[in-house]
Design a protein around this ligand. Structure first.
Ligand SMILES: NC(=O)C1=CN([C@@H]2O[C@H](COP(=O)(O)OP(=O)(O)OC[C@H]3O[C@@H](n4cnc5c(N)ncnc54)[C@H](O)[C@@H]3O)[C@@H](O)[C@H]2O)C=CC1
Ligand SMILES: CC(=O)C(=O)O
Ligand SMILES: [Mg+2]
Length: 624
């Protein structure tokens, strides 16, 4: 069997090991970072945390996903750890196992089946799950993340197998009760939580407790795209009911069968949750808010951002990824952001967050705040936001225009003549062919972003955008679209998704123990992503880097987060690592199996002089 697998494996292996070679060109650094340099290799190994022997044996070990290696356990491990005879007698390398998994995945009838297969692997063998995900990120990100994760959430009651996160409900509404729930999680050293209350899952609306799939998917990307250790990550669902009648009638529904609670009781639950997390995991535990409904997203961000290490990904992460795309696009249009006019379809968390960050960027380019606001037009479900609007959200007030009320997007576009049209509305097809055509008549390179997720909610397809503009469009979408060929030229649409931002920001926040995450961090992250877009990307009409580059981009973002946060005192890791890149790399998750049999390492005296903090003990291996 191995003989027949081996040629493909050999090819896979050499490709993989090439990809894994740790060399890279570091941002703002003169030298190449490479493990080929003996001094760097010595330091890297030194600051890899110490290995420890798990106190698990036999079947217990095979049932522990973070330690299980299946048929890759060596004979020595099988004998030493009480596994002998529990496994088939043959051996497999991790490469062979990964090859077996991806082969099977490709044979599945559809993406939901692929999601279920990967979810099962995640339950059995964590390293292999991440190995397969990291090695095939372009192919598998659409499975563990948008769009398939949306489908999985919609069917969650049916496909639920094993717990992958914690559930905190209205019935646990005190700090001590929530603290007890946190104590039930098998890991104590939690450094990052992704939390949702399920009210706005992608563009699919209120999915109640089925929304747990989103924190699980986001945290899988923490590991795959930023090397955050899986045992540092905790997905949480806050159950305060659901207003989705279909779910309330669904016999398989997994959450509280009641309407959503609002107001004081809801706020108390959120306050207690934040306090319990900090009490259990410390002030620097990062809490990422994800897919909260419109009425709570900004409100909770404003309530907590100065008191906790937290951010709202839909507002801040999305803002950063869109500004990154716009900055990259400006290298092609030769226009600064402050020279453009913008029309947004949607004025919720995502659109307003983006618009506010564009204002900050325009100000940094020298435009006055008032002039910056004047260049941005917001259209929501009630039409163009004008000064005539009653009960205007205070956040929208500065964007309100002295203009005629209209709900017709084409009319707005004709009136404003924008350089960029940005959709975060959840309205499929809202960018009609006529609108796209008009954008291409008034702009040599029109910017059109259809950000709504999943694919079924996109404001237009990549095919329409590229075909109608004859390839001139600078396009991005929240969920991936296939490549398009026009007149023999290949276009590879970029994915304008916050996945370029949140893994790197989280990596920096976790490793350098940030007390708060300030807005400027997201602007820095945006600029870092924009700088990573190459001429090669432009050749294919893409204004974002390739997905497989995100892991390196996350390191760059984390370095900039660190530099900025030590300046303003929000980083609390001391002593401050002198070589931040080395420190970051040494702490990242490796998808190689750990050696499970303990070898101790004696730290030589002279190696402690390099300004690194004392290494933490964890179960990750020290690569040799
Ligand atoms: N690409 C990415 O990285 C991200 C994409 N998104 C996507 O953006 C979409 C919106 O997200 P949020 O702003 O957080 O939601 P939200 O619920 O806060 O806002 C939705 C907005 O769309 C507007 N809207 C709804 N129907 C409309 C219509 N018929 N015409 C015009 N406007 C309409 C609403 O008035 C509201 O302003 C979702 O599909 C979400 O998946 C969100 C975050 C990140
Ligand atoms: C990508 C994302 O965060 C969203 O669609 O909500
Ligand atoms: Mg989201």
């Amino acid at each position: 069997m191995y003989r027949c697998l081996s040629p493909c494996i050999a090819r896979e292996t050499s490709h993989v090991s090439m990809k894994r070679s740790l060399s890279c060109t570091a941002v703002n650094r003169r030298r190449e970072w490479s493990l080929d340099d003996p001094e760097q290799k010595r330091l890297y190994k030194l600051y890899r945390p110490e290995r420890v022997t798990p106190n698990k044996r036999g079947l217990d070990l095979l049932k522990t996903p973070s330690l299980n290696k299946g048929m890759a356990f060596t004979l020595y491990e099988r004998q030493y750890l009480g596994l002998h005879g529990l496994l088939p007698p043959a051996f497999m390398t991790e490469e062979q196992q990964a090859y077996r998994v991806i082969t099977k995945l490709r044979q599945q009838p559809d993406d939901l089946a692929r999601y279920i297969q990967l979810d099962g692997l995640h339950d059995r063998n964590e390293k292999l799950f991440y190995r397969v995900l990291c090695d095939n990120i372009k192919e598998l990100m659409p499975i563990v993340y948008t769009p398939t994760v949306g489908l999985a959430c919609q069917h969650f009651g049916f496909i639920y197998r094993n717990p992958k996160g914690l559930y905190v409900t209205l019935n646990d509404n005190s700090i001590s009760k929530i603290y007890q729930i946190l104590c039930n999680w098998p890991y104590n050293d939690i450094r990052a939580i992704v939390v949702t209350d399920g009210e706005r899952i992608l563009g699919l609306g209120d999915l109640g407790s089925y929304g747990i799939g989103i924190p699980v998917g986001k945290l899988a990307l923490y590991v795959a795209l930023a090397g955050v250790l899986p045992e540092w990550c905790l997905p949480v669902f806050i159950d305060c009911g659901t207003d989705n009648q279909k779910l309330l009638n669904d016999p398989f529904y997994t959450g509280l069968r009641r309407k959503r609670v609002r107001g004081e009781e809801y706020d108390r639950l959120m306050d207690n949750f934040m306090a319990a997390c900090t009490k259990k995991y410390g002030q620097t535990c990062l809490i990422q808010f994800e897919d909260f409904g419109n009425r709570d997203a900004y409100r909770l961000l404003d309530r907590y951002k100065n008191n906790y290490c937290m951010f709202n990904d839909d507002i801040q992460g999305t803002a950063a990824v869109v500004v990154a795309g716009l900055l990259a696009a400006s290298r092609i249009t030769k226009k600064k952001l402050s020279d453009e006019k913008f029309v947004f379809l949607g004025a919720g968390g995502a659109a307003t967050g983006i618009a506010e960050m564009i204002i900050r960027q325009m100000e940094s380019e020298g435009l006055s705040t008032a002039d910056a606001y004047a260049r941005i037009y917001l259209v929501d479900i009630d039409g163009l936001i004008t000064k005539n609007r009653r009960n205007l959200d205070p956040r929208h007030e500065p964007f309100a225009k002295d203009a005629k009320d209209t709900k017709d997007l084409l009319e707005v576009v004709k009136m404003v003549k924008p350089g960029a049209l940005i959709g975060a509305s959840t309205v499929r097809g809202a960018f009609t062919n006529e609108i796209i055509k008009y954008m291409s008549e008034i702009n040599p390179r029109p910017i059109i972003f259809a950000l709504s997720n999943p694919t079924s909610k996109a404001e237009c397809t990549a095919e329409d955008a590229y075909t109608i503009t004859r390839g001139r469009v600078l396009f991005a979408s929240g969920s991936p679209f296939k490549n398009i060929e026009i007149d023999g030229k290949l276009y590879k649409p970029g994915q304008g998704n916050n996945a370029y931002i949140f893994p790197g920001v989280a990596l920096g926040a976790i490793l350098f123990k940030l007390k708060h995450i300030q807005d400027k961090i997201f602007l820095l992250a945006a600029r870092t992503v924009a700088e990573s877009v190459s001429e090669e990307n432009f050749k294919y009409g893409r204004i974002y880097p390739r997905l497989k580059e995100i892991r390196e981009i996350s390191i760059k973002i984390a370095m900039r987060v660190a530099e900025e946060s030590y300046k303003d005192g929000s980083a609390t890791l001391y002593p401050e690592p002198e070589d931040k890149e080395m420190w970051i790399r040494s702490q990242m998750y490796s998808v190689e199996y750990d050696e499970l049999i303990n070898k101790t390492y004696n730290w030589p005296e002279q190696d402690m002089k390099h300004g690194f903090p004392v290494p933490v003990v964890r179960r990750d291996s020290m690569d040799e």
